[in-house]
Design a protein around this ligand. Structure first.
Ligand code: PCA
Length: 197
């Protein structure tokens, strides 16, 4: 049976001119395993990023929503296990909003676990010979904001929600900072999606 996947990548942020998440997502085939893909670029803005995803999801009614973001300085591809109800970073978002010690959703639960099979995704990426590990923190910036908001929105529905952080591309990584090629990141996402089928 054919299923629908809504997969997102972010616009650049933090002075970068590319974001490997969107570079890879836009290169994915339109079909992976049993999934038909809808690809969407989202802004690095608290609240708004998740809103864009929810709006698109209400149109395409996906079985799974998988968001992808950049985690510079990580050396492997990291499916996220959990999202927390916290916005707390030293840098403002792309709209200039600085958030410190603020909940994503006032009164919401402290945390939600991702509802995609994160451990299977890690194994599938590793089996494709790409470094991967399970992450237990998506941070407290816009990526966590999106994951938390979507898990809150869809927690009692059939829609599964997940998030994958990916490292810098080689052109972004300063000396001594790890990176993966665009091909490796794209292949890792394909392997992760195959693990959802
Ligand atoms: N990474 C940031 C936000 C956008 C992105 O690609 C994060 O990890 O929160």
């Amino acid at each position: 049976m054919e299923k629908k996947l809504l997969i997102t990548g972010f616009e650049p942020f933090g002075g970068e001119t590319v974001n490997p998440s969107w570079e890879a997502v836009q290169r994915l085939p339109d079909k992976i395993g049993s999934f038909q893909l809808t690809k969407l670029q989202i802004s690095v803005e608290y609240g708004k990023a998740a809103e864009i995803v929810v709006k698109q999801a209400s149109l395409c009614k996906p079985d799974v929503i998988l968001c992808v973001g950049q985690a510079g300085k990580r050396s492997g591809v990291t499916p996220e296990a959990v999202a927390i109800n916290l916005r707390d970073t030293a840098s403002p978002d792309n709209a200039g909003l600085l958030q410190q010690n603020v909940p994503v959703i006032p009164g919401g639960p402290d945390a939600y676990f991702a509802t995609v099979p994160v451990r299977d995704m890690v194994k599938a990426i590793q089996a494709a010979n790409i470094p991967a590990s399970l992450s237990l923190s998506a941070g407290a910036y816009v990526c966590n904001d999106v994951l938390y908001t979507l898990l809150h929105r869809y927690h009692d529905s059939e829609t599964q929600v997940g998030f994958i952080h990916v490292p810098y591309l080689p052109q972004q990584a300063k000396e001594g900072i790890p990176s993966l090629t665009l091909e490796q990141i794209t292949d890792a996402l394909i392997a992760a999606v195959e693990a959802l089928s």
